[in-house]
Design a protein around this ligand. Structure first.
Ligand code: 4HQ
Length: 217
């Protein structure tokens, strides 16, 4: 069973996502175990402080090292072999092929979701992987973590049905995106389904689909 832990100041953001059908099924069939860690629990002092101003001046606040180190230590106690993944726009762009590697491996993951203007750079001494979901700036690492976790969990063997996973395999080489698809009705608001798809000619259909598959960037 793959252990996926998330360190965040907003654990409630994950409730809907972790209880959605695919994620729920993944936990039900013991493919994955989620653990949410509230960074606030490791805050300093009676005010449970987690952020402070940057040395050298500048706008905004940074996550302090002490609460993050303590939260990661707690996560490692639960799963000693887990890799620590930090969500950051400076990270390597998340790809389907990486999702496959992380789903296949035996180790769990600890996702660290930052807030504010970032974190004290010394946190990087505990980080194994820096991941970005794209070249834009979000308010926190929570939405990227949810996207990344979703891509991993659905690839864990047994999470999606047998027929499904076979279908995924043929299109998750990380290069090919899916061809256009249609369902009933044959004509909708004057828009027709391509004739070849109604032909019953499987060779022609396969050829059409190949020609109409997108190459990802
Ligand atoms: N963040 N891909 C967390 C991102 C981001 C991204 C900005 C991460 C804010 C605090 N994370 N900090 N893009 O925009 O992963």
């Amino acid at each position: 069973m793959k252990k996926i832990q998330v360190i965040t100041l907003f654990p409630e953001m994950f409730d809907g996502v972790f209880n959605s059908s695919m994620m729920w099924k993944a936990q039900e069939c013991k493919a994955v175990e989620f653990r949410l860690i509230n960074l606030r629990d490791f805050g300093l002092g009676t005010r449970k402080r987690v952020d402070d101003t940057p040395y050298g001046g500048g706008d905004g606040m940074l996550l302090m090292p002490e609460p993050l180190f303590a939260a990661i230590e707690d996560a490692k106690k639960f799963d000693p072999n887990a890799k620590v993944a930090l969500l950051t726009p400076k990270g390597e762009r998340w790809k389907q092929a990486t999702a496959q590697t992380w789903a296949d491996g035996d180790n769990g993951y600890i996702f660290v979701c930052g807030r504010y203007e970032g974190y004290d750079e010394r946190i990087l001494t505990l980080v194994d992987e820096q991941v970005s979901v794209g070249d834009y700036v979000l308010t926190g690492g929570e939405l990227p973590a949810m996207a990344v976790i979703d891509t991993i969990v659905r690839l864990i063997p047994g999470v999606l049905g047998g027929e499904n996973s076979a279908a995924i395999e043929s299109f998750s080489d990380g290069q090919t995106l899916e061809f256009p698809q249609y369902t009933r009705p044959e004509v909708f608001q004057g828009l027709e389904v391509p004739k070849v798809l109604l032909s019953g000619n499987h060779a022609e259909i396969a050829k059409w689909r190949k020609e109409n598959s997108l190459k990802s960037k």
